[in-house]
Design a protein around this ligand. Structure first.
Ligand code: ADP
Ligand code: MG
Ligand code: MG
Ligand code: MG
Length: 682
């Protein structure tokens, strides 16, 4: 996880004096990692998920579903019981870990130890997630529930939306019009991060999301609920756009939940290839998992959280955004710290220079230092790009580090560059290898769905390895896909740029013998030229030399616009679709029919989302609001509608409420052996 060390945080003015110090030592720390681990090879496939929850407190009398600000108490009680559970079990590594998150109503959970490449572990993901949810639930009050909702519909409304209620008057670190300070996790990292972003930028971060124009939404829509009286300028000074939902404050983004996955590669080059391969997948999976259509009490015209996070973590000054001549700052930086990836980094022959076609400013001094040390140019550029930013949180006790043994300053910048995919170097003294984190997905309402997307991406990542798949498209097109992915109903109505031929040259089907085997006479263990089935998920790309006749067609001919259904189910004779690739990979595994059946349920959910026969969470929520008896078709999501929505979400998760348009008809909440459900469960 990111840095959660406790200490005395420096104010922004103090911290900024140490920016060069942190960057310099951060790079020294990276170079030590590089020296130790750049030829590290043979790491097993390990992987894990992260799930974030909001704790909702139901007030049945006033019909209000509020955010419960009991993170500290809940984590204290959870962690105590986790310590006890670890003592009581022969397998302490099976006991999960819980972390705080930015909002004081948020929790994050990860498995007690990473999953291995075994099929058994793959099939345990749903019950692992469910176990974590039940464990959390046990430490909540009777009226509280942990929900996996991406954005809380009434975060920042003018009414009461937290339990307990605090007035936003005089909110300090974020100077938000909408939040009390008490809604931010009390951990110093989060309050300092919030204050530093604002101070660095010179004013409050804000986002304007287009409002969903319903039948009776006023046109133009000018939000009457913004409490301008709390602002430094007691009137709207133009920051809130007409026809938009205005949100000012880091928490509007940082207070969202998501589903993330981390995969360990067998070596650095494979991690770089996996990183690159997952970059074009990020917007596709964002659209497929879309789950956040309601913001600050209004239906919006977007379905996803990403642009809100991008805006809320955007610490760039006007100069860095290109809106003023560079005087104080050194670079014009096209992207927020929270944004899509800047550049592909693999040195594989498939990664053509033409794919890195957007402007990526980088710290020249750091770049030269890395190159002079022997780091190749692409990775040097990636690091020098990450290190263009300032460290936002510095604790006075941590300024001096042993650069050989610590990655503290490196992680300071690494963990505050929130790209859709993250390249994670091995931490010192850990035994952990090179990893890649897939970060774009929105969290789903049920563990079944979260497991389905986790299993799908994991299998796809293995298919990428097994069949040596090539997903490269120009990075500008990935960016275009990011903006398309967030539009309302993008899954059913949108088109996305995708590569036409993803198999290696000369291959028309992934079921043809995998490239690693081509040309060799039957190696040991093969039957009739067919390799034996693999018992574990693979780790490692086959080594494929570039074809002798590499036809260098223009990259524009390599991709086209496809519907989501085409991307997943295939297009024409040459593109089998992502699901076809995953199915072909499953055929290479030694799995029994009942295991295959369970995996098929997950794959089927993905298929049905992609072909529109099941709704995304976002579409379902939008329809829920629009069919609520008290909805006035004016885009307003009232306290009562939100209450009923949260009740429904809890009931769906528990399998009490059936919603066939959202979940398959045979959806059943997973069961966890040995952990009795909370007494509050029906
Ligand atoms: P962060 O917040 O920095 O992404 P977390 O600690 O919250 O990190 O989550 C890390 C994820 O990586 C967890 O799911 C964990 O199970 C998984 N993980 C831990 N070790 C490894 C490893 N060696 N390889 C792959 N994944 C790992
Ligand atoms: Mg984490
Ligand atoms: Mg998190
Ligand atoms: Mg993470």
């Amino acid at each position: 996880m990111g840095l959660l060390c406790l200490g005395t945080p420096l104010t922004w003015d103090e911290a900024s004096k140490y920016a060069d110090h942190v960057r310099k030592h951060g790079i020294t720390q990276f170079l030590h990692i590089w020296d130790r681990a750049n030829d590290r090879h043979g790491d097993d496939f390990l992987w894990g998920d992260e799930i974030e929850y909001m704790v909702i407190a139901f007030d049945d009398e006033t019909k209000n579903a509020k955010l419960s600000l009991r993170q500290t108490e809940i984590l204290a009680s959870l962690n105590k019981s986790i310590t006890d559970l670890k003592c009581d079990t022969p397998d302490p590594m099976s006991i999960p870990t819980f972390h705080p998150e930015h909002g004081r109503y948020m929790l994050e959970s990860i498995p007690g130890s990473p999953y291995t490449g075994s099929i058994q572990d793959l099939l345990s993901v749903e019950s692992n997630m469910h176990y974590r949810r039940l464990l959390a639930r046990r430490h909540l009050n009777v009226n509280e529930v942990p929900v996996t909702v991406t954005s809380f519909p009434r975060l920042g409304v003018s009414g009461i939306f937290t339990e307990p209620h605090f007035s936003p008057d005089g909110a300090k670190p974020s100077h938000s019009l909408f939040f009390p300070d008490e809604i931010i996790s009390p951990h110093a990292r989060y309050t300092t991060l919030t204050a530093s972003i604002r101070s660095r930028k010179g004013h409050q971060v804000s986002v304007n999301l287009p409002i969903f124009n319903d039948d009776k939404t006023p046109r133009p829509f000018v939000d009457p609920t913004i409490p301008w009286q709390r602002s430094l300028y007691p009137v709207d000074n133009g920051v809130a756009l007409k026809d938009h939902i205005y949100m000012g404050g880091v928490l509007f983004g940082a207070g969202c939940c998501c589903l993330q996955l981390t995969f360990q590669s067998c070596n650095i080059e494979d991690a770089r290839r996996m990183y690159d391969a997952l970059i074009p997948m990020a917007p596709i999976m964002l659209a497929l998992t879309a789950a956040s259509p309601i913001w600050r009490g209004y239906l919006s015209d977007v379905d996803c959280r990403w642009s809100v996070l991008s805006g809320c973590y955007d610490d760039r000054t006007a100069e860095e955004m290109g809106r003023a001549p560079l005087r104080e700052n050194k670079y014009v930086i096209p992207k927020s710290r929270f944004d899509s990836v800047g550049l592909y980094i693999s040195t594989d022959w498939n990664n053509k220079a033409a794919y890195n076609n957007i402007n990526v400013p980088y710290n020249q001094e750091i770049y030269t230092r890395l190159v002079n040390h022997g780091v190749d140019k692409l990775l040097s550029k990636h690091m020098a790009y990450i290190f263009i930013r300032d460290p936002l949180v510095i604790f006075s006790e941590t300024i001096d580090q042993d650069d050989e043994a610590s990655n503290y300053h490196f992680e300071n910048l690494q963990s505050t560059n929130w790209q859709t995919v993250r390249f994670k170097p091995p931490p010192p003294q850990s035994g952990i290898g090179w990893r890649v984190e897939f970060r774009s997905m929105e969290v789903q309402l049920t563990d079944f769905e979260n497991a389905a997307f986790a299993v799908f991406i994991t299998l796809l990542s293995r298919a990428i390895l097994a069949f040596n798949l090539n997903f490269y498209i120009p990075i500008s097109k990935v960016d275009e896909n990011m903006s398309r992915a967030q539009k309302r109903d993008a899954v059913r109505q949108g088109k996305f740029f995708f590569r036409k031929h993803v198999l290696p040259p000369g291959y028309i089907s992934p079921t043809m013998t995998t490239p690693s085997s081509s040309g060799s006479s039957s190696p040991l263990g093969w039957q009739d030229g067919i390799p034996p089935k693999e018992t574990k998920l693979r780790n490692g790309f086959p080594r494929v030399p570039p074809p002798s006749m590499l036809v260098d067609a223009p990259v524009e001919d390599e991709y086209e616009e496809m519907s989501m259904e085409e991307i997943f189910s295939g297009k024409g004779a040459m593109f089998p679709g992502l699901l076809g690739l995953v199915e072909a990979y499953l055929d290479t595994l030694d799995i029994n029919p009942s295991e295959r059946l369970q995996i098929s349920k997950y794959i089927d959910l993905v298929r049905r989302r992609a072909n529109g026969s099941l709704l995304t969470t976002a579409s379902w929520m939008r329809e829920f609001v629009r069919s609520h008896p008290s909805y006035k078709f004016d885009s307003v999501v009232s306290q009562e509608i939100n209450y009923d929505l949260m009740v429904a979400i809890d009931e769906i998760e528990r399998g009490v409420l059936r919603v066939p348009e959202l979940l398959p008809h045979d959806y059943a909440r997973s069961r966890v052996n040995g952990l009795h459900e909370s007494k509050y469960e029906p």
